[in-house]
Design a protein around this ligand. Structure first.
Ligand code: CO
Length: 175
């Protein structure tokens, strides 16, 4: 496995529609392994192939909704599509390709995705909350869409810290 370089906004690969994966071969497996290592190292919740310069429909999403004591795990989604969605959530969203930038983005609260695994087998997976947000965010990457074009407010690190600080304040202090 090897770390791949994460491309940043301004590189046109991030605004390009990606082609389907057609070969479920060793080259794909190496790409997915490398993306997994790159995602872990970057401490992100998702990574799409175009973010490492590969214009194919493959993404990783970290499932963070796990029972206490169990490990978070990475879901590999090849040629994914959203088949069901419901509810809505609005909150801050970021991207490894736009470091230090966060945006207020509305997403469905629950999303079901149909995709192929690394061997080409079709499956369905459901995500709630942050995982639903990550599914939507990563699938957008495959169509060349970055979250900042969907955000109605862009924040920097300082504003985001202030937001979390406000929300962490106990209710008594507001009384
Ligand atoms: Co992103």
């Amino acid at each position: 496995m090897a770390l791949r370089n994460i491309v940043e906004k301004g590189d046109k690969v991030l605004n390009t529609h990606c082609r389907p994966v057609t070969k479920f071969d060793a080259k794909l497996h190496t790409l997915l392994d490398d993306m997994g290592e790159t995602l872990r190292r970057a401490d992100g919740v998702g990574l799409a192939a175009p973010q490492v310069g590969i214009l194919r429909r493959a993404v990783l999403v970290l499932e963070t909704n796990v029972p206490e004591g169990e490990e978070e795990y990475v879901i590999e989604l090849i040629n994914p599509e959203i088949v069901e969605q419901s509810g809505s959530q609005t909150g801050p969203e970021g991207c490894l390709s736009l470091p230090g930038i966060y945006g207020w983005v509305e997403r469905p609260d629950r999303v079901k995705v149909r995709a192929q695994d690394r061997n080409g087998k079709w499956f369905e997976v459901e995500g709630v909350g942050l995982t639903a947000r990550a599914f939507c965010h990563e699938l957008n990457h495959l169509d060349g869409v970055l979250f900042d074009s969907l955000a109605d407010h862009i924040m920097d690190d300082e504003e985001l810290d202030a937001y979390y600080h406000r929300n962490a304040e106990p209710e008594e202090e507001e009384a």
